[in-house]
Design a protein around this ligand. Structure first.
Ligand code: NAD
Length: 426
């Protein structure tokens, strides 16, 4: 809880706050599923997004996120429990506000928290007294305390004497049929006891389990640890795959063999690289944060570098499969989203794969039933005449017998096709 020093020049507004109204800033892969989970738990949700076209789409009942069906969204709208808006002043109606905006990297591959700052700037003038403000966006430790709270304190209305703050980094895994907003335990780190009580009450109303940690910095750091753990383990297995490949050893059989050990081993699988808004990005928030205190996170930087070299390794493997290499081989990339079941192409390693193939003289096109456009083109038909296909992401509904039946060789980077004729597994 923060009590504020009154200063004269702030907006004064009459609060129409309602204890069961939640405002969510950002209606993407995190914000929209949270909105629907909150509606299910009895909250009325205002979904704020600064992208007008998305707000119109949402209010027309069309979901931009695969895990939320149009029907679910339409039901929430029909019962008056959900409405999207670009108008930040509507947050004055909310007792809880969660910030779920992107936290990408800038051109130097360092944290870019401008959208987070702009979300804090957007809500601050309209906060009602007693509001709980939670940051769910992934960022480095100290973001809530040192960035968001100062912005809010600078701009909040005179009458909003008491505000509560917590960090509860989102763990949603888009496309996951098992783990969702409700059954994934939620970390909650608040700035004081009163904020902790409010934040735990809120998350316990939505999630099966909320786990309280002592500070927002613990919650923020835990999120970076979780995703860095995945990055380094994927890097290890990607490097191991290259070692096995050079010695004609089937890496998946090795991983299966090691997995027979009942303790102390966890299987990770190789792939074209890492993609999405989390695994390639969050560990670089950690490396940047380390540098701020004069420390180099060598291990994490090395893992990042191994994963970034993986598309080149995959491209070389595919080119080696094509007999008429040098003759501009025709290569089809199957699945360009960064993982199965989503249309999300952010940071997809398919981009680097395509770049390497083109720079090696190949003619490249792509097929992905979930991605409407990529690289200024649309998904090609599986009939496209190619020398080799690279299965980068196994999308649901992708019927590859069209390729195998006509003898097209496939480099399977997903370990889903098994020992079919013409299929080589990474
Ligand atoms: N996508 C995931 O799988 C995932 C999982 C866990 C955590 N996260 C974290 O959650 C956060 C959000 O990620 P996402 O995947 O939902 O992003 P997203 O791009 O899918 O959605 C973000 C939405 O926020 C809107 N937006 C951007 N700036 C805004 C602003 N200033 N005000 C209002 N709206 C704004 C965008 O228009 C967009 O609709 C990030 O920090 C991310 O690292 C993402």
């Amino acid at each position: 809880m923060l009590e504020k020093n009154l200063s004269a020049v702030r907006i004064i507004h009459m609060s129409a706050q309602n204890s069961q109204v939640l405002a969510i800033i950002g209606q993407g892969y995190v914000g929209l599923p949270l909105a629907m989970a909150a509606v299910d738990a009895g909250w009325t949700v205002i979904g704020i997004d600064n992208f007008e076209a998305k707000v119109s789409q949402l209010n027309s009942g069309s979901s931009p996120v695969e895990d939320i069906s149009d029907q679910q969204l339409q039901d929430a709208i029909a019962k008056g429990a959900y409405k999207a808006s670009t108008d930040f002043s509507k947050v004055s109606q909310a007792s809880v506000i969660t910030i779920c905006v992107p936290t990408p990297l800038d051109e130097k591959r360092e944290p870019d928290i401008e959208l987070l700052r702009s979300a804090a700037n957007g809500i601050a003038p309209y906060l009602s007294n007693g509001t709980l403000v939670v940051s769910e966006s992934t960022s480095y430790p100290g973001t809530l305390r040192d960035v968001i709270i100062p912005i809010v304190n600078e701009l909040r209305p005179l009458e909003s004497q008491i505000l509560y703050f917590a960090s509860a980094p989102e763990r949603v895994n888009p496309g996951d049929p098992v783990w969702n907003q409700k059954n994934t335990p939620r970390l909650v780190g608040a700035i004081d006891e009163a904020s902790k009580t409010k934040a735990m009450e809120f998350y316990e109303s939505i999630c099966d389990v909320a786990v309280s940690v002592s500070t927002p910095e613990i919650a923020e750091a835990a999120k970076l640890l979780e995703n860095t753990f995945r990055l380094v383990n994927i890097a290890l297995i990607n490097e191991f795959t290259q070692l096995c490949s050079n010695n004609n050893i089937k890496v998946h059989e090795v991983i299966d063999a090691a997995s027979s050990k009942p303790y102390g081993f966890m299987p990770f699988r190789p792939g074209v690289g890492v993609g999405g808004h989390c695994i390639p990005v969050d560990p670089l928030y950690l490396t940047w944060w380390a540098k701020q205190s004069g420390v180099q996170a060598n291990f994490v930087e090395s893992a990042d570098s191994v994963n970034r070299q993986m598309p080149k390794f995959v491209a070389e493997r595919a080119l080696n499969m094509v007999k008429k290499r040098g003759d501009s081989p025709r290569i089809l990339i199957l699945g360009v989203a960064y993982k199965p079941g989503v249309a999300d192409i952010r940071e997809t390693p398919a981009t680097e794969l395509r770049n390497y193939l083109i720079s090696a003289g190949a003619t490249v096109t792509w097929h992905d039933p979930l991605v409407p456009t990529w690289k200024d083109s649309t998904s090609a038909s599986l009939d496209w005449d190619c020398d080799v296909a690279i299965l980068a992401t196994m999308q649901p509904g992708m019927n590859l017998t069209q390729l195998t039946d006509r003898g097209v060789m496939i480099l399977d980077c997903t370990n889903t096709l098994g020992n079919l004729d013409g299929v080589t597994t990474l």
